[in-house]
Write a protein of this length. Structure first.
Ligand SMILES: *Cc1c(COP(=O)(O)O)cnc(C)c1O
Length: 470
């Protein structure tokens, strides 16, 4: 066989440069300032002003991009980034994601990439097993937990309206029976955006009272449901409050909601991973009885961005809400295509990284990842609670720790900023029960006990200086 000349003969050099830049980044991650200050104007200037009239060599383009971006990159994939809920990327997942880019598969249809579709199917079965969800549930590979909430709540809306004799796909919401939506008072904001996208209205959602950890109070849910009468109803529960890490009492929430024929959706973006660890599994007792679940792979499974999973028990409802058809599509009607389960039509093969993460960790590795992070969170709580003036605000049941300095908003905000400016670690600000707090989230595979001790020492030192007015 003769070799066809490549339309571009620089791949070897280009990929060598990618390897060089990538390796420098990955190997430097533990030692970089975690969140260096960035000047957006400087960045924009380095990236080059108005659209160039002429093109440039790919290697030069790559080098320009890296030189401009690197000084301002956030080491959120590193071992001491404890802000938001961000977990970095496992080596196998990073490698598989690179292959997704190199192969450039369109994962929308089985026919447009059989390996992309089958990795998603295999990974889905593994995930359902690991998270103790119904084995025949359908899994859509979406961009994140927010989109997954949207997909699941679309299925919920359509299904509860179908039971009331209304076909929302065909007839829309105008003139439809009212759908009552009950949400925990401490829900994640993407639940509200999903309700907005779905025409259900943020303000129409009924907030159900929560306790001091942010957990839904079942008696409050019962009374909210009884005032909803028999009409279509949806309850949105939380597995893992984004501030406290707390779980709604899921078994009771599910049975209470199901008695009222409501659909139960569980927002478990990071918290559902508790199911994969024997030591935290009790937190999600009863979650498998719900109707849909949102969970992120890019948080605690440590795949690269972006990947969230929309899981729906009622396959027909999931398909009805998301399916896409077209005379030019090659489709097997018996098995859904990946595009039948998410809003996107064409998209990247994000299942490759999920498959690789699960394959590289195995059941024991995922359990260990979750447990190690929880142990780190407990260590943070222990070390910080011992510091003069610092208070841990939540029961540390999972990966989240909230602290406050001297019971003072100004000092607490100043401490968060001082920690970030110091450069060793990143922690994020939040507001809890009306007061400023600092949120520490531990979901990264690469964080060690030493990283936690080092970070706690920095927080302790800065807390001391701030209290002395330093
Ligand atoms: C992060 C998060 C979301 C949103 O997920 P994205 O992946 O950022 O879209 C939703 N709910 C909870 C509880 C979260 O922690």
């Amino acid at each position: 066989m003769t070799r066809t000349p490549m339309p571009y003969d620089g791949y070897a050099h280009l990929l060598d440069r990618v390897r060089e830049h990538g390796l420098r980044w990955l190997e430097g991650l533990p030692d970089r300032p975690v969140h260096p200050p960035a000047d957006l104007d400087v960045l924009a200037e380095a990236l080059g002003g108005p659209l160039p009239e002429t093109g440039a060599d790919p290697v030069q383009v790559l080098d320009t991009l890296v030189a401009a971006a690197e000084p301002a990159l956030v080491a959120s994939a590193g071992p001491r980034f404890f802000g938001y809920v961000i977990g970095g990327s496992l080596p196998a997942a990073t490698a598989a994601d690179l292959m997704a880019v190199l192969w450039d598969q369109n994962a929308g249809l089985v026919d447009s990439s059989p390996p992309a579709a089958v990795t998603e199917r295999v990974a889905s079965a593994w995930l359902l097993d690991l998270l103790r969800l119904p084995v025949d549930a359908t899994v859509g590979f979406a961009t994140g937990g927010g989109t997954a909430n949207y997909v699941c709540l679309a299925a919920a809306r359509d299904a509860v309206l179908a039971r009331a004799g209304w076909d929302v796909a065909a007839d829309g919401l105008q003139g439809a029976p009212t759908v009552r939506v009950m949400v925990g008072a401490d829900r994640h904001s993407t639940v509200d955006t999903a309700l907005r996208y779905l025409g259900l209205g943020e303000r129409r959602a009924v907030p159900v009272d929560t306790d001091d950890q942010g957990r839904m109070l079942v008696p409050a849910l019962t009374s909210a449901l009884s005032s909803a009468q028999d009409g279509p109803a949806v309850v949105v529960a939380a597995a893992g409050n984004v501030n406290s890490g707390a779980f709604d009492p899921l078994a009771d929430v599910v049975s209470t909601a199901h008695q009222a024929a409501a659909w139960v959706h569980v927002d478990g973006a990071f918290g559902l991973w508790a199911a994969a660890n024997p030591a935290t599994r009790h937190l999600v007792d009863g979650a498998g009885g719900a109707d849909s679940w949102a969970v992120d792979a890019h948080k605690w499974l440590n795949t690269p961005y972006d990947c969230g999973l929309a899981v729906v028990a009622d396959r027909a409802a999931h398909l009805r809400a998301m399916t896409a058809a077209g005379s030019y599509l090659i489709k097997d009607v018996a098995t859904p295509d990946p595009l039948d389960l998410v809003p996107e039509f064409s998209r990247r093969a994000r299942g490759l990284a999920v498959w690789a993460a699960l394959r590289s960790l195995g059941r024991a590795g995922v359990a260990d990842l979750v447990e190690r992070c929880c142990a780190h969170a407990r260590l943070f709580a222990e070390l910080l609670d011992a510091v003069d003036g610092l208070t841990v605000l939540n029961q540390v049941v999972l990966d989240q720790v909230m602290i406050r300095l001297a019971d003072d908003d100004v000092l607490t905000r100043a401490l968060q900023q001082a920690v970030v400016a110091e450069g060793t670690a990143f922690v994020s600000p939040t507001v809890w029960r009306g007061s400023a707090a600092i949120r520490i989230s531990v979901v990264g595979w690469s964080t060690s006990r030493e990283d936690v001790e080092r970070t706690a020492a920095v927080i302790a030192r800065l807390a001391g200086e701030l209290q002395q007015g330093g």
